[in-house]
Design a protein around this ligand. Structure first.
Ligand code: FAD
Length: 404
């Protein structure tokens, strides 16, 4: 009987187990996760769960009995410490080992630590316990400093503010999200947070973190009852690189999610996959990627022909009264024009990022059910007319047709 082993008990690992069973794998299936919980979703940890609006039960990918019912041997609290590719064995921290015929690495990513004195003592957000520890610091009269104006930092700031906490966000760039969104749209998020009473300290460098707050390089002290750091994540590639797999900011895999070893695959945050439409390897640290890549990895593990992952990166966030979806892929500074359709000041618009007339990405803010036409516009791969893109009277569907 063929034995399939998945290392990593997050969303990608759970969806891979599901896809393998759905696609007909009836041999052994082992899912190894180092957390004590069965696989759960992380987006609520900085949104509804952090805000106390949803319960722990709602974060799990599958009910507890699902694993038994589908013959998935779930090894929880079990860190995989090594992959012996010669012997086809995964070694675990408790001294046991698991044999595999095909292996999927879904080890995800971990928060980057802030390399300043006291940086390790700050709160970081990745796991359900982290979310609970951060939530415990919220409340009227409490002061929270958030270091990092990226997605996680801003979502934590919004949840904390809504719980009555005094919140300061420290960001080294001139605007939060500047690197991912560019100046025009980053300003929308800065305005949103200011309007909701968040104290934004921009262009500010953290020098040290102490029990009573944060000290900035310019000498400013920001008193705080708690400090949360959100300065990005790094893929958990140690297992792969120590096993001699090709790794370069993620486990390098082809479009079928197969690594440099034909019997080892990777999916989710840890995978840097060849993307057919974009024509390069990309690593995507988003929920939809961890949700959808596993079905392709499973098909490839089962030697099904034509297994290729070609979805455009998709991301969403909720902060205060702003909900948005982002579709597409833009390198930092990889665009030459932003077109806005709608009213950015009222926070109800669609933004398009263009390069040489081609639409690379689109983001809908408080405008819904437009993902499919935006996807079609990007995939059309032909120059779009910026005036028509900006004109709400021109249906998005027409723009996609015109471009193709
Ligand atoms: C707070 C938060 C909010 C987010 N919000 C959004 C959002 O709004 N929208 C969005 O698109 N994305 C969001 N994301 C990103 C999204 O959650 C990730 O892209 C997704 O979790 C990736 O899933 P994964 O299964 O690849 O990795 P992970 O979720 O990181 O899971 C990997 C699992 O493998 C375990 N593991 C690692 N190494 C080993 C080992 N050696 N042995 C055993 N187990 C191991 C890890 O502990 C972890 O449990 C958010 C992330 C966080 C942390």
């Amino acid at each position: 009987m063929t034995a399939f082993v998945i290392v990593g008990g997050g969303l990608a690992g759970a969806k891979a187990a599901e896809a393998l069973r759905d696609q007909g794998h009836d041999g052994d299936l082992v899912l190894i996760g180092d957390e004590p919980h069965r696989p759960y979703e992380r987006p609520p940890l900085s949104k509804d769960y952090l805000a106390g609006k949803s319960s722990r039960d709602e974060v799990f990918v599958h009910p507890e009995q699902w694993y038994r019912e589908h013959g998935v041997d779930l090894r929880l609290g079990a860190a995989a410490t090594a992959v012996d590719r010669g012997a086809r064995i995964v070694r675990l921290a408790d001294g046991s080992s698991v044999r595999y015929d095909r292996l999927l690495l879904a080890t995800g990513s971990s928060p980057r630590r802030l390399p300043v004195p006291g940086g390790d003592a700050a709160l970081y957000l990745r796991r359900v316990e982290d979310s609970e520890a951060i939530k415990a610091t919220f409340g009227a009269g409490r002061r929270l400093v958030v270091v990092g104006g990226g997605w996680i930092g801003l979502e934590v700031a919004a949840a904390a503010r809504q719980a009555g906490t005094e919140v300061t966000v420290v960001e080294v760039a001139e605007l939060p999200l500047l690197r991912v969104l560019g100046r025009e749209i980053a300003a929308v998020f800065a305005d949103l947070h200011r309007a909701n009473g968040v104290d934004l300290r921009l262009g500010a460098q953290v020098e040290s973190i102490a029990a009573d707050g944060v000290r900035l390089a310019d000498g400013t002290s920001l008193p705080a009852d708690a400090v949360v750091v959100g300065v990005g994540v790094a893929p958990n590639t140690a297992l792969a690189s120590e096993a001699g797999l090709e790794v370069d900011d993620g486990v390098l895999v082809d479009a079928s999610l197969r690594s440099s070893d034909p019997d080892v695959f990777a999916a989710g945050d840890v995978a840097r996959a060849q993307h057919p439409f974009l024509g390069k390897h990309i690593r995507v640290e988003h929920w939809a990627n961890a949700l959808n890549q596993p079905a392709v990895a499973a098909a490839a593990m089962l030697d099904r022909a034509g297994a290729v992952y070609d979805e455009l990166p998709y991301f969403y966030t909720d902060q205060f009264d702003l909900g948005m979806e982002y579709l597409g892929y833009v390198e930092p500074d990889g665009y030459d024009r932003v077109v806005i359709r709608g009213d950015a000041a009222a926070r109800e618009f669609i933004a398009f990022w263009l390069r040489d007339g081609l639409v690379l990405a689109g983001m809908n803010v408080n405008v819904w059910d437009v993902t499919e036409p935006i996807k079609a516009i990007i995939r059309a791969g032909a120059a779009a007319d910026p005036d028509r893109l900006a004109d709400p009277a021109v249906p998005l569907e027409d723009l996609a047709l015109r471009a193709s």
